[in-house]
Design a protein around this ligand. Sequence first.
Ligand code: ADP
Length: 212
Amino acid sequence: MRIFLIGAPGSGKGTQARLLSKRYHLIKISIGEILRELIHNKTSPEKKIKNLINKGKLVSDKTIIRIVKNRISQKDCMSGFILDGFPRTIGQAKIISKNEISVDYIFELKIPTKIIIERILKRKKDSLTPKKTYSLKNENLPHANNNFFFRKDDDEVIIKKRLQEYKKFTQPLKTYWNKNFKNKKIQFFEIDGTQTILNVYKDIKIILEKKT
Ligand code: ADP
């Protein structure tokens, strides 16, 4: 099963990816995390990527498509995967329509802008006082891979830019999808991301477990 999760910044993609990956024993891949690791490791000319991310802008399709193709061709993805943060542009979706990347389900988590800004700013604040916020469940504990701490792009001005990028490049995907993917087996679903974490998860699970 190949599941792609898209949605505005702060819509809960990462959280759902974690829950779904546990439930279905699928590897979880986050494009944002891969990019942040690349920047951190300073392996190649990643300065350009860093600048784009820190300005709230999208990274080029060419780079993203290369990263995705490379990652999902690895052995641990053979029986399926959950990909958080792809496709975000028509250019990236085109690669799917050309069958260069295969997918079974795409879920878009929908959530109004105002709630998003509140959520991300809360995430930033909470990351500065982890003990207070993350004392209950392991599920909520920030950990090294999460790269959740001190994200430079979780700043109000940059969040607004990220949201603009989402509106400009990612929101039009639905129309693109309806026009170009009608006859394909790929299924595109919109999920109400304002619900509780558990209810969003349940909505996705119902779709995935629906008998055809
Ligand atoms: P969010 O979903 O909150 O924006 P991510 O961690 O998924 O957070 O992404 C962080 C940043 O990484 C994005 O703002 C963007 O710069 C870059 N990025 C991630 N996925 C993509 C993509 N598919 N295309 C272009 N840029 C991307």
